[in-house]
Design a protein around this ligand. Structure first.
Ligand SMILES: Cc1cc2nc3c(=O)[nH]c(=O)nc-3n(C[C@H](O)[C@H](O)[C@H](O)COP(=O)(O)O)c2cc1C
Length: 219
């Protein structure tokens, strides 16, 4: 097989998607002697190479973050290019969608789109792995990311042997589908500084904290 994996995060090589792809590929390399290509869709200078790589590959995975309940624009733009190019041949295509919110329900509509899109292009659909609760992993201590990284490693390990996603692991990673009633109540009761800690930290980092209530489009 000729295997290509695309990172569809606009954060490019510094993204959570790149980190998780790295763990997946460590597992893949431990199980398979096949080589692979990794492309970052945010590297605009390499658009032609990225498209050519799709044309050549027989097994393709996309990993990207959920953006406003859908996909980042660079992923959509790439899909549109694939549609126009109409690469022929037998290809197996799968997806890994990771998100900030914990519940996989947020990504279910997108997964349905990805399946339809793949079949419309005439390729075999390998499925979509959904993993929530990923934002913040870059500031977490190793013990907090150990399980997540281990799951991605094992996902790659299985993929390297079967050219498929492990169904049991995929089902486990997609939990919770919804937050339990207790968790929903706890979210409501938690002080806002705790809930907003990560976002406020980023607002301060980008010198935008004082503008956080701005409404530039309000007439
Ligand atoms: C513009 C934007 C929109 C986002 N929309 C959602 C969303 O609708 N649902 C969600 O759960 N997370 C959302 N997130 C969070 C990302 O999915 C999450 O932080 C992800 O881990 C980022 O991955 P990356 O570093 O690979 O880009 C959004 C993040 C950004 C920057």
């Amino acid at each position: 097989m000729s295997f290509t994996i695309y990172n569809g995060s606009p954060r490019n090589k510094k993204s959570n998607s790149a980190i998780l792809a790295g763990e997946f590929l460590k597992g893949f390399a431990a199980a398979s002697t096949e080589t692979f290509e990794l492309h970052h869709l945010a590297s605009a200078r390499h658009k032609n190479e990225q498209l050519e790589a799709f044309g050549k590959a027989t097994v393709i995975l996309f990993i990207f973050p959920l953006y406003t309940d859908s996909m980042p624009a660079i992923v959509k733009a790439f899909f549109e290019k694939l549609y126009e190019s109409g690469y022929p041949g037998t290809k197996k295509v799968g997806y890994i969608v990771q998100s900030g919110f914990k519940e996989s329900i947020h990504s279910v509509a997108l997964a349905a789109y990805l399946e339809k899109f793949t079949r419309r292009l005439g390729y075999d659909y390998l499925g979509t792995v959904i993993k929530g609760g990923v934002e913040g992993i870059q500031i977490m201590p190793p013990r907090m990311t150990e399980k997540l990284f281990g799951d991605f490693y094992r996902l790659g390990l299985y993929f390297g042997t079967h050219t498929a996603f492990d169904p049991q692991l995929t089902a486990k990673m997609a939990k919770p589908y919804r937050l339990s009633k207790v968790s929903q109540w706890m979210m409501k009761l938690a002080p806002s500084f705790m809930i907003n800690f990560y976002w406020n930290m980023n607002l301060r980092k980008h010198k935008a904290f004082n503008q956080r209530f701005d409404q530039p489009f309000k007439s």
